[in-house]
Design a binder for this molecule. Structure first.
Ligand SMILES: *Cc1c(COP(=O)(O)O)cnc(C)c1O
Length: 496
């Protein structure tokens, strides 16, 4: 499999070439030249696989420059019950017949980003060793991404992490999670300032191409194709669980009497076909998670709807309703109680638009470069807008009051405590439920990470996994610095 850019550069690159890179040289994002179709018979076989075996099958379709034995070993070392808490890795929980949560947040940092980042850590270590190279990862975080990156890269050979965070602005829990790491290759830098100051420093350092090259500076942000690819796997895993004849809660579903084989046979346009598809609802920010669902659907996984949920930051909901994409400035981005979705510019979105535009790189560049830069938005033509439904997308949004109500309702009806982001997804999912189409809501974090809102909703503290009790009391290891790119550069030079 080769990879091309969304902005027209068709120079073919292998998976391991783009693994350690960010943007393509023309400023676009990497995508495979095509999406491999998974035949029905193969789907039926995959439905019986363990998560790690399934991940190996999916990844193998996109990676042909890592020997199969090595890839197999990496994947099996990544997706273990010890790291992800259960033998299923991403088990479904039933809320009501046909409505499920897929648990993706039982990794080390209690958010779904671990699902991809843990794999990325092992792939990076493997590829760097193979090349005899080292990499210094520089990032800015306000919480989830930074901690997921650090827990993925800690102790890995050939990798250092320099993670900037705004001093005193993360929750005590998030701070403790990151700053308690004692690994020599993890460097927490608390910047006196806000998140944007951290981001500006990362940009300033990355724009110094000479420094960047000489010090082998890299990133792990959400535009990395390997992260997106790792996320494709749990759409398959969720589908197989929800359509398994003994899926919990299927008792109320029309389609329960049909086994997998009959389901997989009737998939060519008649009414029974629709009954056998599954929809996903995805709490979204940078469009990385739901973009993986789009890829799974393009591979032939029978997904009916991909329901995108935003919080009060509605840029993407607005796009799917109107065909107008208008990213907001940071000053116009609301701070909400689902902070990991407080995104004004969806960094992965260009991938979907490229597909929507029939993979026309010139038109994609025209929209994301010329139009966005000139007028601050772009608008699809009516014909392009009409194609959105072909790709199965629907959208909705949620507010702080909705989150509180959804957390309360789920606690009272199911005895399940969900986090604020998952609540956004569940609220919008309920608005798009269809009879006989199972709906899977992706659980993107555990409530322990967002205790304040849980207390507001339920009047009690969220439970915390045993391993994380009392982490606020652990010794912390971090460096405080002023918002000064030159000082951060010298710190990197001295500690790499
Ligand atoms: C990152 C994150 C999201 C948003 O995911 P995207 O891939 O950016 O759309 C949602 N919820 C949580 C808890 C996250 O950490």
């Amino acid at each position: 499999m080769k990879y091309i850019s969304t902005r027209g550069d068709k120079t073919p690159r292998g998976f391991s070439d783009i693994l350690l890179e960010g943007l393509a040289p023309d400023g676009g994002l990497y995508l495979p030249t095509h999406y491999p179709m998974v035949p029905r018979a193969t789907l039926a076989q995959w439905s019986k696989l363990s998560y790690a075996d399934l991940a190996f099958e999916v990844l193998s379709l996109f990676i042909d420059d890592i020997p199969a034995n090595d890839l197999y070993e990496i994947v099996h070392r990544t997706y273990t019950p010890a790291v992800f808490g259960t033998p299923e890795i991403a088990p479904l929980k039933t809320l009501q017949p046909g409505l499920y949560l897929e648990a993706l947040s039982n990794g080390p940092t209690l958010a779904f980003k671990d699902m991809a980042m843990q794999l990325l850590g092992n792939l990076f270590e493997y590829e760097l060793a193979r090349r005899g190279e080292t990499l210094n990862i520089l990032g800015a975080t306000s919480g989830d991404t930074g901690s997921a990156a650090e827990y993925a890269m800690r102790g890995k050979r050939g990798v250092n992490v320099f993670m900037l965070s705004p001093k005193g602005r993360m929750s005590a829990f998030q701070q403790a999670q990151m700053f308690s790491l004692q690994d020599a290759n993890i460097h927490n830098i608390a910047i006196v300032g806000v998140f944007d100051d951290c981001q500006d420093i990362v940009k300033a350092v990355s724009n110094d191409l000479e420094f960047k090259r000489r010090h082998k500076i890299g990133t792990v942000n959400s535009i990395n194709w390997a992260r997106l690819l790792a996320q494709v796997v749990y759409y398959f895993a969720g589908y197989f669980q929800a359509t398994s004849p003994d899926a919990p809660g299927r008792a109320g579903m029309e389609s329960r009497r049909m086994g997998l084989d009959s389901r997989l046979m009737g998939l060519d346009g008649d009414k029974s076909q629709l009954d056998e598809r599954v929809s996903f609802a995805v709490p979204s920010g940078n469009f990385g998670n739901i973009c993986a669902g789009h890829v799974a659907r393009m591979m032939g996984l029978p997904i009916k709807r991909l329901v995108l949920a935003t919080n009060e930051n509605r840029v993407l909901d607005e796009f799917f309703r109107t065909g107008i994409y208008r990213p907001r400035a940071s000053a116009e981005t609301f701070e909400t109680s689902s902070p990991s979705m407080d995104i004004s510019k969806a960094s992965n979105f260009e991938r979907f638009v490229f597909d929507l535009l029939g993979r026309d790189g010139d038109r994609t560049r025209e929209m994301f470069k010329a139009q966005l830069e000139k007028q601050g938005f772009f608008q699809l033509s009516p014909a392009e807008f009409a194609r959105i439904s072909v790709y199965g997308f629907q959208s909705g949004h949620s507010t702080h009051a909705d989150r509180l109500a959804t957390i309360r309702r789920t606690w009272e009806a199911n005895g399940l405590m969900i986090d604020t982001h998952t609540a956004d997804g569940l609220k919008v999912a309920r608005e798009h439920l269809e009879p006989s189409v199972p709906m899977i809501v992706l659980e993107t974090a555990l409530p322990a990470k967002f205790a304040e809102t849980i207390v507001e909703a339920l009047g009690r503290e969220p439970d915390r996994p045993a391993a994380l009790r009392g982490i606020e009391a652990l010794p912390k290891r971090f460096k405080v610095m002023t918002a000064d790119a030159a000082a951060v550069k010298s710190y990197i030079t001295e500690h790499m």
